[in-house]
Write a protein of this length. Structure first.
Length: 726
């Protein structure tokens, strides 16, 4: 350990630095009368820091106070004293603006935080340890106070100061950015035509450091940069040059001390000179450094896997080199290409299933059916899962617990896609991931929902009622949200106020005011509904009735003059009524509120290019008549035995992926709440009783609607039977 004289010298330098900072803040207070109180307070606190250091000097002289890295710390503090003294002379001679004062203070306090000067001392006595703790806490508090003061100014305030834009225009740009899910910088550069130089100048004012415009390419990257491309991407940072003993790093947020520390650790702990840059420029520079190019149409996923196996996994050791693979740009390309490939095939989900022994699998769910699309070599498994966690901002080190996250894929590729990510541990330390692809969707017209003529007419009558509840029920992924959004699109007008609460908001519509469930912020279905009742809506849509509270508020809403739509996870329309009564709803209130229940399932439709038509034999027709379970209604359909019926072609064709099916359509069961049905609800009748009465009034069950769609040539009975029991 260093001698006591060296430690005393370091404390004296620290005290001199605090005194210089105090004098600088006093000058700021004098020259910036509008901020006098703020700078006076900081100057007084700096004087207090000086007094604490003088006390520490006395203790260190009497006892063996030690410190690690005294030589390096002494050099750092000497340079800091010189810089602060230089600032004092400059400000005294030339004056200072409010922006420049704030920038200087931020730079000074950031240095104090990053250097963590007081953590290097080792204090054997109680008083010394207490002083060091107070100094460390005070330094951090100063930095936060200055940052809070700076946040009162927008990062785009410089554009207003220089007359480039008005305050109203900046506010509007921020609103557009939030609505579009892009950065405000992009909106200002594009829609508002702000010159890039002006935007960077505003960022320089705000962050108090030089800007980097990437007019010249970054210098050739060191190996440390190539090994940590994805970590740099997550911090929106990129090394752009080396000046003397410092690495110049362009950052989207140079104030982020945590990000700066992380970048410093990635670059072997060297000194940094931070500059501010646009996030889009940083991401583009990282892509260039990593050699990432747009995926070629002729490059299949299999080619990438082969490339990985041959070029990068040959010398991979099970544990030592795994981190290299996890950060490799080729793995990033592989994951991106899997997602883009799945989206192009119309897949709703991607299942990554690594294996401990042998190869794992990657499977897509297309039209509701799982399809294996290739193997996943064992050595790729952990790398791919880690890559997905990085993209979803999950904990890479946590492999024992399930994790949930979201990926904004536009951040990583050009495809505009939101992805829900679920990871969960499997046997022997393996980990799987399931990705739900949520492409931006639009409401479909009612005519495209495959409702039969009778169901369409009845459903339209229900959704045009002034108040009441309309429910759409079925399992996850059965198209319930699509149906309800079609209904909302049908009734949406300028004179109708429609509010929705959903989890997540998958379909956006103009004219609708949509709320995203956010339990962490206290936004649940129930809390949003309570707020809606005070917001004067005409129509309310609830993404899902999950509990008694939500269902109760929905009934209350409908009884107070609102039209309410909602979804529920039940098997059939009659069972929905029983399920809600079992939740504890008042049967009389619920019967008054209920307008109808639409149950639905999705079945695969035959490929129109390769389907085969064959005559409907009398025997087959008789079997379908028996399965329909309503002879008179079946005969009324008027299907003669000679009429051709389509079936799937064995082996399919290239257009349908050799499956014989392409796309899906819904089969429906619509229960209209007639007076007879309402009476059954009041006396809490069974699902069987409700079904019997509804059938006598013309309700077609899911299977009956499926049989009709089979006879019309849209699907097969195998598909209908796979989703319908009645």
């Amino acid at each position: 350990m260093p001698g006591n004289a060296e430690v005393l010298r370091l404390i004296e330098l620290l005290a001199a630095h605090e005194e210089a900072i105090q004098r600088l803040y006093e000058i700021f207070a004098t020259k910036l009368s509008g901020q006098r109180e703020f700078w006076d307070r900081l100057a007084a606190e700096e004087a207090g820091h000086g007094r604490l250091l003088r006390q520490l000097r006395t203790i260190a002289d009497e006892q063996a106070l030690t410190a690690a890295n005294v030589g390096r710390l002494t050099v750092l503090v000497l340079r800091a004293v010189e810089q602060t003294s230089s600032r004092l002379e400059d400000v005294d001679a030339n004056g200072v603006s409010a922006l420049r004062a704030l920038a200087m203070a931020q730079e000074i306090e950031t240095f104090m935080i990053e250097a963590r000067l007081f953590e290097h001392f080792v204090a054997p006595s109680g008083p010394a340890a207490k002083i060091l703790s107070e100094l460390g806490s005070a330094t951090e508090a100063h930095s936060h106070r200055i940052d809070d003061f700076g946040r009162r100014r927008s990062r785009h305030q410089g554009l207003i100061d220089r007359g480039v834009l008005t305050e109203r225009q900046v506010e509007m740009a921020m609103g557009v950015a939030k609505e579009e899910g892009i950065s405000a910088d992009q909106v200002l550069l594009g829609a508002y035509g702000v010159p890039k130089a002006e935007l960077l100048a505003s960022l320089e004012d705000f962050f108090g450091c030089a800007a980097h415009d990437f007019s010249s390419p970054p210098e050739p990257p060191r190996q440390a940069v190539l090994e940590h491309i994805d970590q740099l991407r997550s911090t929106l940072s990129v090394p752009v040059a080396t000046v003397g003993w410092k690495t110049v790093v362009a950052m989207a947020n140079p104030k982020d001390v945590v990000a700066r520390d992380h970048v410093r650790s990635l670059l072997d702990g060297g000194a940094l000179e931070c500059r501010v840059a646009l996030a889009e420029d940083i991401l583009a520079a990282l892509d260039r450094l990593a050699g990432v190019e747009p995926a070629r149409d002729d490059a299949g996923t299999g080619d990438l896997v082969d490339s990985l196996s041959a070029e990068q996994l040959a010398s991979l050791q099970e544990e030592e080199d795994r981190s290299i693979l996890e950060d490799d740009s080729e793995v990033a390309r592989l994951v991106n290409q899997r997602i883009e490939e799945a989206h192009a095939l119309g897949a709703s989900d991607i299942h990554f299933e690594p294996a401990v022994q042998g190869d794992g699998a990657v499977r897509y769910r297309v039209d509701g059916i799982m399809r294996r699309t290739g193997s996943l070599p064992r050595k790729h498994g952990k790398a791919l899962i880690s890559r997905l966690k990085i993209m979803a901002d999950l904990d890479i080190a946590e492999r024992r617990k399930p994790q949930s996250g979201k990926i904004k894929f536009r951040r990583w590729a050009k495809l505009d896609l939101d992805i829900r990510v679920e990871t969960y541990p499997t046997v022997a330390g393996a980990e799987d991931a399931v990705l739900r692809l949520l492409a931006a969707a639009q409401a479909r017209p009612i005519d495209e929902l495959a409702l039969s003529a009778a169901n369409r007419e009845a459903f339209l009558r229900l959704i045009h009622q002034p108040y009441g509840i309309v429910l759409c029920v079925g399992p996850t992924g059965s198209g319930k949200t699509t149906t309800l959004h079609s209904a909302l699109a049908q009734i949406s007008r300028d004179d109708v106020k429609i509010l929705t609460v959903e989890d997540p908001v998958e379909i956006s519509q103009p004219g609708l005011r949509q709320v995203q469930v956010n339990p962490k912020a206290g936004v649940t279905f129930a809390s949003a509904l309570r707020s809606f009742l005070r917001a004067d809506p005409d129509v309310i849509m609830i993404g899902e009735m999950r509990d008694r509270e939500t269902a109760g508020i929905a009934v209350e809403s409908s009884l107070t003059g609102h039209l309410v739509f909602s979804t529920l996870h039940t098997n059939s329309a009659p069972e929905t009524v029983v399920r809600l009564l079992n939740l504890g709803l008042d049967p009389y209130s619920f019967s008054d509120a209920l307008l109808g229940v639409l149950a639905q399932r999705l079945v695969r439709t035959l490929c129109r290019r390769c389907r085969l038509a064959g005559p409907l034999t009398a025997g087959r027709l008789g079997a379908l008549r028996q399965e329909y379970r309503a002879d008179e209604a079946f005969d009324a359909l008027g299907f003669p035995p000679a009429r051709p019926v389509c079936s799937a072609r064995p082996g399919g064709c290239p257009e349908c992926g050799d499956l014989g099916y392409r796309g899906r359509m819904a089969v429906h069961e619509l229960l209209v709440a007639t007076d007879e049905i309402k009476e059954l609800v009041c006396r809490q009748a069974s699902a069987a009783e409700i079904r019997k009465v509804a059938a006598s009034q013309g309700m077609r069950t899911l299977k009956q609607d499926g049989i009709e769609k089979h006879l019309a040539g849209h699907t097969t009975m195998e598909e209908v039977r796979s989703v319908c029991s009645r």
